[in-house]
Design a protein around this ligand. Structure first.
Ligand SMILES: [Zn+2]
Length: 408
């Protein structure tokens, strides 16, 4: 009934000791058992699968849309074999049961290509293993499908035409940064160009793009990986989260060679992202010379168009927002109908803030004039803040004002 599943263990370990691997997978019933559990979880769109040891066996549960569902109970007799098979599949050492381990394997179910990350933890009744499912998909979204307003889209597209430049994308986890980066790569890729990426989590694939992976044993560091990647001379490079000076240095140096470098950084807004880069010890002139754009974004729930309810923005509300809105400006409330399962929302919408450094702001960066001064100058030059973009989209009925305020 279930489709054929292909596995690929990514780490050494299982292959280096065939005798161990064979004995652990010898039981055909166990192999089938795990195949069935995994394919059922994938079919249901589960994000993680828990193999929880109990006194009398193993309880298997999966998380679908945020809540745990029971998949099945496995009896005590089969418990060890199931855990061993999972550990072998993930490239863990199955002879070690008293230490936490982590592993990784790939799986293909029909058309779906998946990456699964396993984590083991010793507990009172044996090891608990959690398998997280990463659904990898082809990157198909284009820059003009991200939900940018006309002005931001035009400026961002213009910035993307520049080579030898760095593009920083910022926002909290789950704000759609990867989606934006892959859309940007699709935008700039031309036949005959090479793109390379390095991110601990591979969410998307682009044909022809090479993507490196971080070693689970930490045999090399992220900064080393970034350096190695840039030595391969890609035309477009994508670097996952930049967390320290070494990583920032490697990334920024990579941007000076007729290539475009996309990277994620942690910051509350675009100007602070620039400051964070300086705080990591990067010389301001390097930043001024390389930075093409900083994009800050959030994902919000999109209001259901069939049932959203308009209300007029009172003067008090406008005052509170600090914006003078056009007369008769409206916002919208979520209600709920059959089209949106009574939630009032359907899908997601992104809000953006885009900072494109100018000659003047670059001078200020070099002179280390600080976040406040830089922010004021950027506003003078037409920076549209995240808040402004959010208010615009709330007025357009895409999202509620409350979600915008909460996301800032
Ligand atoms: Zn609705």
């Amino acid at each position: 009934m279930s489709e054929k599943i292909r596995f690929e263990t990514m780490r050494k370990g299982s292959e280096t000791n065939p005798r161990q691997a064979r004995s652990a997978v010898a039981d055909k019933g166990v192999v089938q058992e795990i195949d069935q559990i995994l394919s059922r979880a994938v079919d249901a769109g589960a994000t993680d699968i828990h193999f929880e040891p109990r006194q009398d066996g193993l309880l298997v549960r999966m998380r679908v849309a945020g809540s745990l569902e029971k998949v099945k109970a496995i009896d005590e007799e089969m418990k060890i074999n199931v855990l061993n098979r999972l550990k072998v599949l993930s490239g863990m050492d199955f002879t070690k049961t008293k230490v936490p381990q982590s592993g990784f394997f790939k799986m293909q179910v029909g058309e779906k290509k998946l990456e699964l990350y396993s984590y083991s933890l010793p507990t009172l009744y044996g090891e608990s293993v959690t398998v997280k499912v990463q659904y990898k998909q082809s990157a198909t979204k284009r820059v003009d499908q991200l939900g940018m307003g006309k002005a931001i889209l035009a400026s961002y597209r213009k910035a993307l035409t520049r080579t030898s430049r760095l593009f920083l994308i910022t926002g909290p986890p789950g704000s759609g940064k990867r989606t934006t980066i892959y859309a940007s790569i699709l935008e700039v890729m031309q036949p005959g160009m090479m793109a390379m990426g390095f991110d601990p989590v591979l969410k998307y694939e682009i044909p022809g793009m090479l993507q490196g992976k971080l070693d689970e044993h930490n045999e090399f560091t992220f900064a080393e990986a970034v350096e190695a990647l840039l030595k391969q001379e890609p035309d477009v490079a994508y670097i996952g989260d930049i967390l320290d000076e070494t990583e920032a240095r490697a990334t920024i140096q990579g941007a000076f060679a007729k290539r475009r470098v996309f990277a994620r950084v942690t910051a509350n807004d675009t100007i602070n992202a620039v400051q964070n880069f300086m705080d990591m010890g990067i010389q301001p002139f390097l930043i001024a010379a390389s930075l093409a754009a900083v994009l800050n974004q959030r994902l919000l729930r999109k209001l259901c168009r069939s049932c959203r309810e308009p209300y007029e923005a009172s003067e008090a509300l406008q005052k509170e927002l600090g914006y003078k809105l056009p007369p008769g400006a409206q916002f919208y409330r979520a209600k709920g109908c059959s089209a949106c399962n009574d939630t009032g929302y359907k899908g997601v919408i992104a809000i953006f803030e885009l900072f494109i450094p100018s000659e003047e702001t670059n001078k200020m960066i070099v002179a280390k004039q600080g976040v406040q001064a830089l922010h004021e100058q950027a506003l003078k030059e037409g920076l549209s803040t995240l808040k402004a973009d959010g208010i615009r989209k709330a007025m357009g009925g895409y999202c509620t004002l409350e979600e915008v305020i909460n996301a800032l």
